[in-house]
Design a protein around this ligand. Structure first.
Ligand code: RIB
Ligand code: CA
Length: 313
C-alpha cells in the first residue's frame, strides 16, 4: 500500500515535535510532503525555528518547511509560553537549526500543492491553530474537494476547555479559521482533549522513551518532562498529555481510537464561549454530521506504537 501523503501544519510545541518525529519515523506508511508553520504556542519565528530543529533531530534536513500566518485571521494572537517555555521547545538542549526555510508562504504552498496533486491524495494534519488551513480554504475554496482528509488536534467536549472553561487552545486561538475548516465539507477527523488527555506520559512511559538509547528518545523524554509541570499544576496529573501525536497515530493505527461521526460547530460570537467546539455527541439536533469526533483511545497501544517508532530514528 502506498505511503499516505501528508502536510503537517504545526506550532511546535513539544507535543507537535513528537508528532513530527512519529511521522518521520514511519516512511513506509507516511510521506511527509512538507511542514507548514503557524503562530500558536509561540510566535511564528519560533515555530518555524522549532520545526527545523525537530527535522534535524530526525536526520531529515531535506523536509521542506514553510512559514505561514503569524497571527489569527481576525483575532489577536494568544500564545502559550507558560506551557511550552519561552522558546516553545524548552526541555532538551538541541542545536540551532542549519536547514533553511523554503521561500514562499505556507498558505500559497498548501493551495499550490492541492491544485497540482491528484485529487483526494493529500491529507492535511493541522496540530496548531487552523489559521493557515482556514486561510487556504478562504482564498481557494475549490481546494476543499481536493483534500483527502483533515486529521486535526483540537477542540474538546466532555473534557471541556484548557485555555478557557469552554475552549481548547488550537480552536480558541483562531475560531474563525476553525469555523471555515469545519464548514468546508472536507472529511474531518478530530482528536479533542477528550482523547488526548488519556495519552499521558507517565514515568514508566517516559523511562521507556529515555531507555531507547537514541537522541530522539532522550529528547522526547526531556520535552514531555518539561511541559508536564503545567498539567501537574492544573490537573494534578503527574504526566504530560501527548496531544498532537494522536493525529499521526490515527493515520498509522486507526483502531487505537474510537469516536462518533457528529455535527461540530465552532463558537465565534460569544466571548464567554469563544472557540468552543459544540459537538452534538448525542445527536439532539438535525445539524448534519461534519466530523469524526474521537472520544476514547487505547493509551497503552498508543505508547507502544510511539516508542517502537521513535526507536527507528
Ligand atoms: O490544546 C493542545 C494543543 O495546543 C496542542 O496542539 C498543543 O501543541 C497546543 O498547540
Ligand atoms: Ca500544537
Amino acid at each position: 500500500m502506498a505511503a499516505r501523503k501528508i502536510i503537517v501544519d504545526t506550532d511546535p510545541g513539544q507535543d507537535d515535535a513528537v508528532a513530527i518525529l512519529l511521522a518521520l519515523a514511519s516512511p513506509g506508511e507516511i510521506e511527509v510532503l512538507d511542514i507548514t508553520c503557524v503562530a500558536g504556542n509561540v510566535p511564528l519565528e519560533l515555530t518555524a525555528r522549532n520545526a527545523r530543529i525537530v527535522c534535524e533531530l530526525a536526520n531529515r534536513p531535506n523536509i521542506p518547511i514553510y512559514a505561514g500566518c503569524d497571527r489569527p485571521l481576525k483575532r489577536h494572537l494568544v500564545t502559550a509560553e507558560h506551557v511550552h517555555g519561552i522558546t516553545g521547545l524548552d526541555g532538551p538542549m538541541l542545536p540551532e537549526p542549519v536547514m533553511p526555510l523554503k521561500d514562499g508562504h505556507a498558505v500559497d504552498f498548501i493551495i499550490d500543492t492541492l491544485r497540482k496533486t491528484e485529487p483526494k491524495t493529500v491529507t492535511l494534519v493541522p496540530i496548531g491553530p487552523l489559521t493557515n488551513v482556514g486561510a487556504a480554504l478562504e482564498r481557494a475554496p475549490e481546494i476543499a474537494s481536493r483534500i483527502q482528509e483533515i486529521v486535526l488536534m483540537g477542540g474538546a467536549y466532555f473534557e471541556v476547555g484548557n485555555v478557557t472553561p469552554t475552549a481548547e487552545f488550537n480552536i480558541y486561538v483562531d475560531p474563525h479559521a476553525a469555523k471555515t475548516v469545519f464548514s468546508s465539507g472536507v472529511p474531518i477527523t478530530v482528536m479533542p482533549l477528550d482523547v488526548t488527555h488519556k495519552a499521558l506520559v507517565t514515568d514508566k512511559r517516559s523511562n521507556a522513551f529515555r531507555s531507547i538509547g537514541n537522541k530522539a528518545g532522550v529528547a522526547v523524554a526531556e520535552m514531555t518532562g518539561f511541559f508536564e509541570r503545567f498539567d501537574r499544576e492544573k490537573y494534578g496529573a503527574n504526566a504530560a498529555p501527548l496531544h498532537d501525536p494522536c493525529t499521526i497515530a490515527y493515520l498509522l493505527q486507526p483502531d487505537i481510537f474510537s469516536g462518533r461521526h457528529v455535527n461540530v460547530e465552532i463558537e465565534t460570537s460569544s466571548e464567554l464561549t469563544m472557540g468552543m467546539t459544540v459537538a452534538d455527541w448525542w445527536r439532539v439536533t438535525d445539524r448534519p454530521a461534519n466530523a469524526l469526533f474521537m472520544g476514547d483511545m487505547d493509551a497503552n497501544a498508543f505508547f507502544t506504537l510511539l516508542t517502537d517508532k521513535i526507536a527507528r530514528l
